[in-house]
Design a binder for this molecule. Structure first.
Ligand code: PEP
Length: 248
C-alpha cells in the first residue's frame, strides 16, 4: 500500500501561497508515498496546474452530494474533478460542527465523490468530552457505520482519517497507545464491513501532526499516513512530514 501524506489548508491561502506548493514539489520531486494538498476551492484549479507532472495530487475539502443544481455556494464532486482534483476530504469535524453535517450526509457525499472518480477521505473523531466519558471507540464506530459507503469500491478509493476533535489545531495529541488503539478498532471495523480487502485501505491520523511527532506516529501499526492542517501550509513544515512517511 502507498501511504498518504495529506494536507488540509482549510480557509487559508491565496494565489501567493502557490509558491509554497512549488517549494514542496521541489523538495519531493518523487516520493514513495502519495502527497496531497487540499486547498480552498478557489485554489484547486490553479494548484492542480502547478502540480501537473509532479508527485503532488490536489483535492477538495468538501463536495455536495448532488452532481449539479440549485445549491448556491456549493460545488459538486464532478466540479472538483473538472478542476483537477483527485481526492476530497469529507466529514471533517469543522464541517460537522459549523455546517451541522450528519453521518448520513457524509455518507451521501462519499458515494457521490466515489461515483465521480474521487478518492474520498472520510474523517471521524471524538470530542474531548466523549473521550473523557470513555466513549471514544463507540463514537468512532457509530461515525464509521453512518458515514461510510455501502461499498468500498477499490481500497485506494476510500481513506479514513482519525482526527480527535480536541487534537485539531491545539498542539495536543493522544498518546501513541491511544492512536494505535483507535486505528486497530477502525481496521477491524472496515474489515468487518468490507472484507479482507480493507486491509489495504489507508487509515490516516490527524490532529497536531508536525515534523517532531510524525515519525513516532507513522511507526504505529495501522497508521498509513496523516491528515495535516496547520503544518501543511508551509513547505518547510510539510516536507519533513512527507519525508518521515517515506521512511516509515
Ligand atoms: C485538520 O484540520 O485536519 C488537522 C489535523 O489540523 P491540525 O494538523 O492543524 O491539527
Amino acid at each position: 500500500m502507498r501511504k498518504l501524506a495529506a494536507g488540509n489548508w482549510k480557509m487559508n491561502g491565496s494565489a501567493a501561497a502557490l509558491a509554497e506548493v512549488k517549494a514542496l514539489i521541489a523538495a519531493h520531486p518523487a516520493t514513495s508515498c502519495d502527497m496531497l494538498l487540499c486547498p480552498p476551492a478557489t485554489l484547486v484549479a490553479r494548484m492542480a496546474e502547478v502540480a501537473t507532472g509532479s508527485a503532488l495530487s490536489v483535492g477538495g475539502q468538501d463536495c455536495h452530494a448532488q452532481g449539479s443544481g440549485a445549491h448556491t455556494g456549493d460545488i459538486s464532486a464532478q466540479m472538483l474533478v473538472d478542476a483537477g482534483a483527485s481526492h476530497v476530504i469529507l466529514g471533517h469535524s469543522e464541517r460537522r460542527a459549523d455546517h451541522l453535517e450528519t453521518d448520513a450526509l457524509v455518507q451521501a457525499k462519499t458515494i457521490a465523490a466515489q461515483a465521480a472518480g474521487l478518492t474520498a477521505i472520510v474523517c471521524v473523531g471524538e470530542t474531548e468530552a466523549q473521550r473523557d466519558a470513555g466513549k471514544t471507540l463507540a463514537v468512532i464506530g457509530g461515525q464509521l457505520d453512518g458515514s461510510l459507503p455501502p461499498d468500498m469500491n477499490r481500497p485506494d478509493a476510500l481513506v479514513i482519517a482519525y482526527e480527535p476533535v480536541w487534537a485539531i489545531g491545539t498542539g495536543r495529541t493522544p498518546t501513541l497507545d491511544e492512536v494505535a488503539e483507535v486505528h486497530a478498532h477502525i481496521r477491524a471495523a472496515v474489515i468487518n464491513r468490507y472484507g479482507a480487502a480493507a486491509q489495504g485501505m489507508r487509515l490516516l491520523y490527524g490532529g497536531s501532526v508536525k515534523a517532531s511527532n510524525a515519525a513516532a506516529i507513522f511507526a504505529l501499526p495501522n497508521v498509513d499516513g496523516a491528515l495535516v492542517g496547520g503544518a501543511s501550509l508551509k513547505a518547510a513544515d510539510f516536507a519533513p512530514i512527507v519525508a518521515a512517511l517515506t521512511q516509515a
